[in-house]
Design a protein around this ligand. Structure first.
Ligand SMILES: Cc1ncc(COP(=O)(O)O)c(C=O)c1O
Length: 394
């Protein structure tokens, strides 16, 4: 047996773990409805102009190693779009292209975290924000997302979680898994706390376009004296999940990240570059027609409203209204019927062949007794799943 490095012991990823259980059922001939993974490209076609740019690049043999930082034209397009949309002053030198936001998390954490350092993350939270932290020997510390306050962050709780080991505060807005759009007041308060403790903020803006009520506020645009490391994605907005493209954008008003930025470039060089044709697709995505985004958001709002109403009609289920992203995070009254949320998800999967993700997979403190439901699937599929859930709860 090959000895496995200790660092992998603490590594989990609930979203994919439950899929493994579903696949076992599939092997036995069962048909599973997956409402577990936020994969836009599975349900909404990647727009033609994006696919064309990708295939054109590949056909023209743009298949070699490109600039480790990302091709300049894409970095320019990102800087321009941020400046135009959010009134920022980003230059291409502030942008680094990654293989998805996932790699951005990995890079930034690698640069920030030393043994036992702490990262303050939303609780519950998208799992890689804690998994990568553990991988680098750090400690993820969850700040409370307050369900009673429609899942807005509890600022006093966040403040209490800061110690002399804290290295950064993470914001995910709109949020995965709870769907909340952090309001401007809350964002300003988090920025003030970061300023008081001289901490950079990590702002994962991957769902910036998926907003159904209110408007998205760019964290960096509010941070006059605080460094903000923004993650801008392509997977969700442009239905490019499998093309693996993302970016890091530095906002550094007081030049506190100068050395940090240089050292992160080393990581980019070690892995050579992000996918070259995908970068050409990324340029087309940013500079081409945006109508598809509006259309998708309009459709998803209907999905959300449909599921929300159905969920709240079921006895033992209670769900807040998420203003963004494409997830619902209802609370389940487990009673004596299920030991925990994981058992609930597996029981529902076995009995009704519909897969959700258990809430505790998004955080052991604030996630339990919940499930995460992805509402990207067509309404007919969602209706069937809601019918089955209602029967199952009865
Ligand atoms: C909050 C958040 N950040 C990052 C990612 C990963 O995105 P990417 O496909 O760009 O790696 C996801 C995917 O679900 C996510 O929900």
């Amino acid at each position: 047996m090959v000895k496995v490095a200790k660092r992998l012991e603490k590594f989990e990823y609930a979203i994919r773990d439950v899929v493994a259980v579903a696949q076992e059922l599939e092997k036995k001939g069962k048909k599973i409805t997956y409402l577990s993974i936020g994969d836009t490209a599975k349900y909404f076609e990647t727009p033609e102009h994006i696919k064309k740019a990708f295939t054109k690049a590949a056909n023209e043999n743009f298949n070699y190693y490109v600039d480790s930082l990302g091709i300049l034209e894409l970095r320019k397009a990102i800087a321009e779009s941020q400046n135009k949309e959010y009134g920022l002053n980003v230059s291409p030198e502030d942008v680094l292209i990654t293989a998805g936001v996932s790699e951005a998390i990995e890079f930034i954490y690698a640069g920030l975290i030393e043994q036992n350092d702490e990262i303050i993350i939303p609780g519950p939270s998208y799992p890689p924000f804690s998994s990568y932290c553990l991988l680098y020997g750090g400690k993820p510390v969850e700040y409370k997302m307050d369900e009673e306050n429609n899942w807005q962050p509890d600022i006093e709780d966040l403040r209490k979680k800061i110690t002399d080991k804290t290295r950064s505060i993470v914001i995910i807005s709109p949020n995965n898994p709870v769907g909340v759009l952090y309001n401007e007041k809350v964002l300003k308060e988090i920025i003030n706390i970061a300023g008081e403790h001289d901490l950079p903020i990590i702002s994962d803006d991957i769902y910036e376009k998926y907003v159904y009520e209110g408007s998205f506020v760019n964290t960096a645009s509010l941070a006059k004296d605080v460094s903000v490391i923004t993650f801008k994605g392509f997977s969700k907005t442009y239905k490019m999940t499998g093309l693996r493209l993302g970016s890091i954008i530095y906002h550094d008003p007081n030049d506190k990240l100068t050395d940090f930025k240089e050292d992160i470039k080393k990581l980019a060089r070690i892995r050579l570059c992000a996918n070259a044709p995908a970068q050409m697709a990324g340029i087309a995505a940013l500079t081409g027609p945006q109508g598809h985004v509006k259309e998708t958001v309009k459709q998803l709002k209907q999905h959300r409203d449909f599921c929300l109403e159905r969920l709240n009609e079921i006895e033992g289920i209670e769900c807040k209204k998420p203003e963004g992203a494409f997830y619902l995070f209802p609370k389940i009254n487990l009673g004596n019927r299920w030991k925990d949320d994981k058992e609930f998800v597996i029981d529902f999967l076995n009995k009704k062949q519909v897969l959700f993700v258990y809430g505790s997979g998004f955080g052991k403190v604030y996630g339990p007794s919940h499930v995460r439901i992805v509402y990207l699937a067509p309404i007919s599929t969602l209706k069937d799943a809601m019918d089955k859930l209602a029967e199952f709860m009865k």
